[in-house]
Design a protein. Sequence first.
Lengths: 336, 312
Amino acid sequence: MGGLTLNYIIRRVVIFLLTIWVSITIIFLVARLAPGDPISAMVAQASASMGVVENQDAIIEGWKEYFGLNDPIPVQYVKFLGNLLTFNFGPSLIAFPAQVNELIARALPWSIGLGLVTLPLIFFIGNLFGALLAWRRTPGPLKAFIPMTMIFTSLPSVLAGLVFIFVFAFRMKLFPISGPFGRGMQPSFTIEFISSLIHHGILPVASLVIVSFGFWTLGMRGMMVTTEGEDYMTLADAKGLPPFYVLYRYQVRNAILPQVTALAIALRTLVAGQILVEAIFSYRGIGTLIYTSIRNQDYNTIQGTSFVVILFTAVSVLVIDLIYPLIDPRISLEGN
Amino acid sequence: MGAATGQTASLAAPRKAGRLNRFDNPWLNIKLVVGVIMVGSIILMGIFGPMLRDIDLAYVGRSPLNLPPVGFENMRGEGGDPLHPLGTDNSGRDMLSLIIVGAPNSLLVGFVAAGFGMLGGIVLGFTSGFLGGTADDIIRLSADITITIPSLLVLIVIQSLIPVQSLLVMAVLLSLFAWPQPTRLIRAQVMSMRESGYVKMAQLSGVPTSSIMFREMMPNLLPYLAASFIGNTTGSILAAVGLEILGLGPQRLPTLGRTIQNAIDNSGILRDMWWWWGLPTIILIVIFIGLLLINLGLDEVANPRLRKATRQ
């Protein structure tokens, strides 16, 4: 349990709670600072872009009640806080009378699925390449090849996605251009559907992985170089242990732990990247939901979706922060 | 003197002899130089481009529609027009002029945002490192919170309700998320430097605190600050391009992100108009790779251990 002190846990949880509170407050202030009455403005914009908004009065009334616009500001604020914390985001403007939280519940599994495939891949490929790059016994050609795969590192994933769509989907017709599965299919556990799912998922996943794994490769290489000089490495070599055993059990195992903290730091970028990639691939997740609601100026949906993503990111960071001292007792948690 | 040192060094360790020659100025490492050339050429294009090319062509309806770059054909079989060497988009914007105006705009947003972030970082980092106590606690906590919030989402919420029409406002909004990294970095360095001999010496000699900060400490921080500035520039451009691709940000100013968004919106990919989204993408790739190289190069300046590692 090493470094997991009560102080550390309290600090992390306080940061988590404050993050959520600050985010909600910003969202609240933005809605209040917007020019004019936000509800009428939104409905007016919607009717300008779509011609006619059905149930216009019902929407305005519903929203006035939801926002409690006749209450004093502090009361509005408390109500707003309660609404967001209970995932009550009100009705969607374009999908009225559907509730925003229904739309999010429908989109969220797709985004989580995409993330759960992408993240381990980035972590695995990045660390594998980093380890190989630093290992003395890696064949020369492989050592020359790995840096070449890293030229996409630091690019926005959305640009990689555009290039992939053009080259592999539009020109070479190897992969579908958009959507999470074939047109007209119903989600089911058939081989046909699952293979379509994978076929559609390859390009989005590839565009997220190819721009991110390089950071872990660089970090891993650095850590490997540091462990290389440790006494236990010399001892292991002197004992005549098989080189691959030494690499895996002695060097990689020690070098990989700090890489976990990089996950917490990179999460923000990864989440943002996935939103944009989903949007250009019209993947059925949160990213596409945000994209279409920005298009349609559906502010309720934008607000709810953004809050859910912020909450999700903050929870993930909290979990990583709390797990990390458990798996790496060497870390000192005092101060920074 | 230099030759003598070189000789002893080469006697002691022949491998290290090369490290003493004039090419070993750490600021002249190859990554840094190539990176600066890549980003510098975009800046030069922004300065000299408008003198050589009519940039009014970057706006809607100034040129024929959907022309391919010279030497290519579009889907209707039309060839390129030498007047529009890089082609045009579907509302008559000339791609060459668009890039000449748009690329420096995108770069500028990044630099301005990172600049404001750095300014905040210097003030808060020194305050935190020097004063300690409650001020330090508050600043550290705020930095931790800001780092956890995914900036793109907050910016989406803000910009979807309060439309931003100026690049400067966009940059200021982005800078709200660019201060924690430099703040943390400066704080950590200041805390360790505060105890070092030369700072103690200066304090004993009665040098005012402000000049200890800026005369004694700042020069040592320079490579770290530069790396953090470049990192923030990349992050801010990334966020700005992301927002533009989602359809937010200034609507009328030509930027690379806005051009790509226009192309996506008007199915530029399916119409095989690769120059429309592809050219801005290439320019962005040059910018991002250039900034990454600068960052890696600065890392080597700041951290001599990395220099040795790359030599081997």
